[in-house]
Design a protein around this ligand. Sequence first.
Ligand code: FDA
Length: 506
Amino acid sequence: FDQVSFLQCFSLHSLQSNSTSLTITTRNDPTYISLLQSSIQNLRFLNTSSPSPQLIVTPVHPFQIQAAIVCSQKHGVHVRVRSGGHDYEGLSYVSQIPFIIIDLRNMRSVEVDVEKECAWVESGATLGELYYGISQKSKFLGFPAGSCPTVGVGGHVSGGGFGTIFRKYGLAADNVIDAKIVDVNGKILDRKAMGEDIFWAIRGGGGASFGVIFSWKIKLLPVPPTVTVFEVDKTIEENATMLLYKWQNVAHRLHEDLFLHAVIGVVTPSSTSANKTISISFGGLYLGKIERLLPLIRETFPELGLTRESCTEMSWIQSVLYFAGFSQDGSPGVLLNRTQSSKSFFKAKSDYVTKPISETGLEGLWNKLIEDEASYLILTPYGGVMSQIPDSETPFPHRRGNMYQIQYMVTWASEEESNQHINWMRGLYDYMAPYVSSFPRAAYMNYRDLDLGRNYIVNTTYAQASVWGLKYFKSNFRRLVKVKTASDPTNFFWNEQSFPVLSPRR
Ligand code: FDA
């Protein structure tokens, strides 16, 4: 890699001789390591043996992204695009092939138009910055995206993006009305210029196969002045297995204003007892007041025993703070903090459930979880508007017919433990096979999992990529490959799970 020539090329194409030093950090720069590591979420990839980029570009203006794309191709280096750095497998900042990072941290404006109920948000903004920006302009508008405030808009929206109001409004990607991308030719394209195929592909197909999306126009959606959050915790000794069995049949059928998820973990009930058990936290959000929520739950899920004491009324932005783990009475300003308070090593996987898991199946699952107490599961109910949006509307295909999604997660604190936990996670995934969707065994792309399959060589075939592609995208995979082939025929935007380019018919 000829760094000097790259820097000359960048200066030339970014048309500002002084912009290079401000927007490019090279390996010799004292801030290189801290810049590289700052938004890495998974400590598995924060070690000196992970391949590091030749340099990091932190554009403040789209023409610097254009310059980085043009010069990377000219100098034969790959590009990894990073918005919030939350990729589960580190694909936004690790590559085995010589590469640079385009890190969008400095492109993070949020412009809210209350009258038109929309916003332009740049990809480098975090979800926290987006929610904060909306809350500063309106108490009655919200946006259906994830709960973790440090997640980046760029990766989240391009991969789908769900949160506590997705049963009412769909995914973040379902609520995009325009976008701006720098394509493989270094051109800036908006929705009209990119065409409906690319605009479709970047709303759930992941952005990284198609270019650098630097800005999104999103629809803002009404939220009531008062919402209610609630939580009921039960251990298996308190009948949690029966409750979860019932929950499976109920949660996806609930009114779309009601989101009731289940978080399952291993606990040791008292310090004197060595026996571990399973605790299930049934919690959620209702878009309305307690007095409407209680009869709704009593009618549909009386076994839960939800009482007024387990419910708290608040504003929608306070509920964002609550689900992010902050005090709902604190200032929404905490949402602007771009770094997670604690980071860990982790491995995650996902599944979709289309028929209830038997109580025997659940009991076996508890036994598996108890083997690794650093594990937990998040069960997210589908239904609501998610069942009404056609599977082909966006690349995200997990709509009608899905009762709920499971996220399996295991976290740990030191590198030596990695193999043990990752192997355990793979065993858990094998155990779950009979209970979850099959042909394909569906998975959520934003919970990236390279165990599902990966591109090892640049020219992966359609059949090879189908192994993971059909799991993430089902019948939308074919269209995604076609869009990739037409928009990036040289396969410049390659990564371990980018779409393959079809070879021309002979
Ligand atoms: P990152 O910057 O790592 O990018 C992820 C992928 O997108 C990479 O392939 C990257 O190259 C590509 N990319 C990023 N920006 C791009 C751009 N501007 N143009 C083109 N390609 C781009 N999900 C969810 O739906 N609901 C939730 O509640 C949560 N919660 C959650 C909590 C925590 C702690 C983590 C670590 C993750 C989640 N997620 C989630 C998953 C999250 O949505 C997923 O990891 C996103 O891809 C992260 O987006 P970032 O921009 O942060 O990642």
